[in-house]
Ligand binder design. Structure first.
Ligand SMILES: Cc1cc2nc3c(=O)[nH]c(=O)nc-3n(C[C@H](O)[C@H](O)[C@H](O)COP(=O)(O)OP(=O)(O)OC[C@H]3O[C@@H](n4cnc5c(N)ncnc54)[C@H](O)[C@@H]3O)c2cc1C
Length: 449
């Protein structure tokens, strides 16, 4: 093509981080700015090509895959404007392709921070928001709830600004819509003054943890951010409780990085997984060793450093939001299934929490949610495990993370989201020809119109 849009790489094979999705787009383009995006969209409309934006490629699903034009928005990055707010914090407008790690650095330099984050920072802001990425904290919503405005290029090439006052329906659909109502080129985020977190990690008996989570004095209600990891075939769970604190109210992060990264995420954990793949029946013993290596610790650091970890062991993941009240039964059923089948699963199950919110396609839409995430090493089969967990969470109307593996389709999802049809109407209005569709969006959102 002859557009000025960045470096036209021509046809190229693109793969996501986990290797679960591959795209053979006819064109892989890197627009320089919004005007470039508009040119590409208009050209694609004339040529009858489909267009998908891609961020960090960290979705496990084929959400970003296309056979038409793959738009890599890495060059639409950086802070465009900062509007301080009364009482501290600010509204910060950033390019849609800004990676979370770059955003965190930019915010820290200005004495600001995201109020909550997930557990990695490799994603782009647009990609993370578009799939409902979340962290943990029962008083806080996912990343999309921190978005107060979007700038989006529609399938007709028009650039629109939307927020709660201006075109609120487009705002709702564009901020968490899998890129199906347009290409996000900028987002305005509500951010808070920079803060320190004091993290307390403790190893407990799983049954104990489940007893202590709920109630007015329970960990979920009394902790800013609570996260737990439970190793299948063991009774041990690592509970992380992070509280806002004064700087220096605990040892620094360096102490924690070494052990936790090794056991839960990296070096030794890769080795454990390789042994598990070679000798699956050794998994219960391996998990027992890994769970015993976990110890209690306390540390203190700027918020983003506590939220974010490194993930070098490649895995597959499925994550479901379930009503908080259903968590105990769901974990109990997963435990029972694993013990019955001895399915080899060397990865811990992770549980997190968020507040209910009003974002139409948010997994926490109008529901206080517990998130149950199941992982499998990339060299081991995940299908039987994920299918079993999916059947368990189906009984409590679990909603799957839009960026992680799952088997639901539009018919089932429509019954789980009260505003599903409103979303589809906005999508049909802004993309009547289906320029932004792909096979994954057809499955989970249905055809356009
Ligand atoms: C190791 C790992 C850890 C993770 N941790 C968490 C976590 O803690 N919490 C959590 O909730 N999730 C987590 N995830 C999931 C991840 O946050 C989401 O899948 C997220 O979408 C990835 O962002 P990305 O920039 O890589 O987006 P991509 O995967 O590149 O794209 C995701 C979707 O967004 C669309 N999109 C991207 N850019 C735009 C744009 N500019 N305009 C319109 N649409 C766009 C794409 O078309 C696609 O549909 C994790 C994933 C991995 C691999």
């Amino acid at each position: 093509m002859t557009t000025t849009a960045g470096r036209a790489r021509g046809a190229a094979t693109w793969r996501n981080w986990s290797g679960t999705a591959t795209s053979h787009a006819q064109h892989h383009l890197r627009p320089r700015d919004t005007a470039d995006v508009v040119r590409v969209v208009r050209w694609a409309a004339r040529e009858g090509l489909r267009v998908r934006a891609v961020g960090g490629g960290h979705s496990f699903t084929a959400a970003a895959v296309t056979d038409g034009v793959l738009l890599d928005l890495d060059r639409l990055a950086g802070v465009e404007g900062v509007e301080p707010q009364p009482g501290g914090g600010a509204l910060v407008t950033v390019g849609a392709g800004t990676r979370l790690h770059a955003l965190n650095r930019e915010l820290a330099a200005r004495g600001l921070a995201m109020e909550n984050l997930g557990d990695i920072d490799r994603q782009s802001v647009a990609g993370a928001v578009s799939t409902g990425t979340h962290g943990t904290g029962a008083r806080l919503g996912g990343l999309a709830t921190q978005v107060v405005g979007v700038r989006v290029v529609g399938s007709d090439g028009t650039v629109r600004e939307a927020d709660a006052g201006r075109d609120p329906a487009l705002f709702q659909a564009a901020r968490l819509g899998l890129g199906t109502v347009g290409i996000l080129v900028a987002l305005t985020l509500r951010v808070v003054p920079a803060f320190t977190l004091r993290a307390r990690e403790e190893v407990h008996d799983l049954a104990d943890v489940l007893d202590r989570l709920e109630g007015p004095d329970g960990w979920v209600a009394t902790t800013d951010h609570v996260d737990l990891y439970w190793f299948p075939f063991t009774h041990r769970a690592l509970v992380k409780r992070n509280h806002r604190a004064e700087p220096g109210s605990g040892p620094s992060l360096a102490v924690r990085r070494r052990l936790e990264d090794e056991v839960l995420q990296n070096g030794a954990f890769e080795l454990t997984n390789r042994v598990a793949a070679a000798v699956p029946r050794a998994v219960p013993a391996l998990n027992a060793v890994a769970a015993r290596a976990l110890t209690d610790r306390t540390y203190c650091a700027p918020s983003a450093d506590v939220f974010v970890t490194r993930r070098r062991v490649v895995f597959r993941e499925m994550e479901y939001a379930v009503p908080r009240a259903a968590l105990r039964d769901v974990v109990g059923e997963i435990d029972a299934w694993l013990r019955r089948t001895r399915e080899p699963v060397p990865f811990p199950v992770e549980v997190r929490f968020t507040a209910a919110d009003d974002v139409w396609l948010s997994t926490a839409h109008r529901r206080e949610s517990a998130y149950v995430a199941v992982h499998q090493y990339h060299r081991m089969p995940h299908e039987r495990y994920f299918d079993a967990v999916e059947a368990i969470v189906a009984q409590v109307d679990g909603r799957p993370h839009w960026g992680k593996l799952h088997g639901l389709d539009a018919e089932r999802l429509a019954g789980l989201y009260p505003r599903f049809e409103d979303f589809r109407a906005v999508r049909a209005e802004h993309d009547p020809t289906g320029m932004f569709r792909n096979d994954y969006t057809d499955r989970v959102l249905g055809p356009v119109g």
